[in-house]
Design a protein around this ligand. Structure first.
Ligand code: ZN
Length: 315
């Protein structure tokens, strides 16, 4: 590590991931239309997302699991009888990277900040096989300059008449400058089988297509006392479908600006060290997943790319 790298105030890393199972990150029991358990949506765009707080929570738990040394620092840190809460020590990689709820000064927000995970490419079945739909604003949010998009048309690599997208028949036309777009998706390690079947529609149509193609599943509540299905306890829940591509950013602040004590005693000393702790959690997302219904085969997420220090702060 050079002195230049050590003095940067932060590094930002864009992470791209693919859902291996349907993913349900719920709103906590609110009812939307006929669905009992709806997923979190952006209040402005109405597009589903995974809140950054949920990402931070699972990364914290899995980083602690990976380190296998900080069980009391893995959770939310409330002090309970028999559990001391977060240790809050500057030599603890979990508490410094993800923050702590107590300690001298009353707590710390942590050096790693997570944005919400936004949709990048959303899979929709069509008569011509699955296509992954996106829109100009969706691409722009992932730092990809979008091609020009005509309303009421679907832009494809190889348009061939109309395309039926979730009961919506749209006239096909070509994606302008598709080589640049595919290059940008390659940089995010989006697999070829996905980027070959990309379909771009207007932002308005995208919201409509996504919300009419979410998975809706039906399940039964199990009575914990008897282990049997509760009477009349059938419920429905929404989920992002398998093969949805999501993207988020992790901002890693420079530990040099935070905390007291000797530099050499700190668990993390550079923004890169901060990201390495975050990255240790990533393989666990693929095994243990995120969100609710984990016991019903939901929530596994494979990280495709976690790019190096793009968008670093000024040196
Ligand atoms: Zn700790």
């Amino acid at each position: 590590m050079t002195n230049t790298a050590n003095s940067r105030p932060f590094e930002s890393h864009r992470v791209t991931a693919m859902a291996l199972d349907p993913i349900h990150v719920g709103t906590g029991g609110t009812r939307l239309g006929r669905v009992d358990l709806s997923i979190v949506r952006d209040p402005v765009t109405r597009l589903p997302k995974i809140p950054g707080s949920s990402l931070a929570g699972v990364h914290r738990a899995y980083a602690a699991l990976a380190k296998n040394r900080y069980p009391r620092c893995a959770g939310q840190g409330q002090e309970k009888p028999g559990s001391g809460g977060h240790c809050g020590q500057m030599d603890c990689p979990i508490c410094t990277v993800f923050g702590f709820a107590r300690g001298q000064g009353g707590g710390f927000a942590g050096l790693a900040g997570f944005t919400d995970a936004q949709l990048l490419l959303f899979p929709v079945p069509t008569y011509r096989g699955p296509h992954w739909v996106t829109s100009p604003e969706t691409l722009r949010a992932a730092d990809i300059e979008p091609p020009t998009v005509e309303n009421d048309k679907v832009h494809l690599l190889e348009p061939d008449g109309h395309l039926n997208l979730g009961w919506l028949m749209l006239e096909g036309t070509t994606i302008g400058d598709h080589a640049r777009l595919r290059g940008a998706l390659d940089n995010l390690r989006v697999p070829d089988c996905v980027s070959k079947h990309i379909a771009i529609v207007s932002d308005q149509l995208f919201t409509h297509i996504v919300n009419s193609n979410l998975e809706v599943r039906t399940s039964v509540s199990i009575d914990p006392a008897t282990g049997a299905a509760e009477e009349g306890a059938l419920f429905t829940y929404e989920a992002l479908p398998r093969a949805t591509i999501l993207t988020w950013q992790v901002t890693c602040r420079n530990p040099i600006h935070f905390g007291t004590g000797q530099e050499q005693d700190k668990a993390v000393r550079t923004p890169r060290d901060v990201f390495e702790v975050v990255a240790e959690a990533q393989p666990y997302l693929e095994q243990l997943g995120i969100g609710g219904m984990g016991t019903r085969g939901m929530g596994r997420l494979r990280v495709l790319a976690s790019a190096d220090g793009t968008n670093s702060g000024p040196a």
